[in-house]
Design a protein around this ligand. Sequence first.
Ligand code: AVJ
Length: 329
Amino acid sequence: MTVVPSEIEVHSYLAEGDERALADDVLDGLTRPFKELPPKHFYDARGAELFDRICDLPEYYPTRTERSILEARAEEIVELTCAAEIVELGSGTAAKTRILLDAMQDAGTLRRYVPLDVTEQMILETAAALVDEYPGLLVHGIVGDFERHLRHLPAPLGPRLVAFLGGTIGNFTPGSRRRFLRGLAKAMGPDDHLLLGTDLVKDPTMLEAAYDDSQGVTAEFNRNVLRVVNRELDADFDVDAFDHVAFFDREREWIEMRLRASSRQHVHIGALGLDVEFEPREELRTEISAKFTIKRLGADLAASGLELREVLTDPDELFVLSLSARPGG
Ligand code: AVJ
């Protein structure tokens, strides 16, 4: 039996509805003329591990760049926000969060960490490690989906820093991005700040290399979504018959990842009683990862009821961490 220290509480809002969400997305996405699956289904245990490997790839600059900005500016972020707690959306292993927690501890403002993630095990392990590392820290974990469960955030213990790091905001299409940010703004109080990580528009060669690495880790990550569908929905995708495709769409300013059938494919999805056909070279879109200009970032935030207060970037302007808040707050 595991003993959970009293500083930790974890609430789960995911139930059987979870597999339903995959089933709905598969039914929706694979019966369209232009097939598509949302990227959130990449992240089973194997997908999360592959993503961790991506973050360490030489071509994948966002993770280390965001970390370097955090290291350089954490003290300033804490000073500007007076944050007593971090609410982290898609917290994962909280690797970069510790930089902020350290700065809050040094400033004497640190009270609580509120991680929100779909993986309960990850939240439990991270919570246990953090209460050891930060004496007196409270952890209120939420096992849920940041698109659906923001209303379950606990009442604040002080000024909140809502952290949405890594550039994950780029996975939203422009319309749903603003809807999401609007919901976030509504969940924030006048003393709260949003710390948002966004990848910037840059040389397409550099962008495309980051999503098509020489070791093929991203390709495996991409194909992993088919393994998830095979396992969870009793499907029979021939995973190796799909090639990894990644390109920068210059007009839409986003990276798009697709899986291309190398030959005609018939796929049966047992749990849905659904048969899907892929023509030779037909593509399935698996992810968009939007890249920003600072101007568009400000416009998206403003349209969502948030005011851009600080733009923190690296010397090469590859990535931005922005601080924003409700106007007047
Ligand atoms: C986790 C969404 C930020 O878009 O860069 C990495 C996911 N996909 N390589 C990104 C990803 C392919 C990543 N995010």
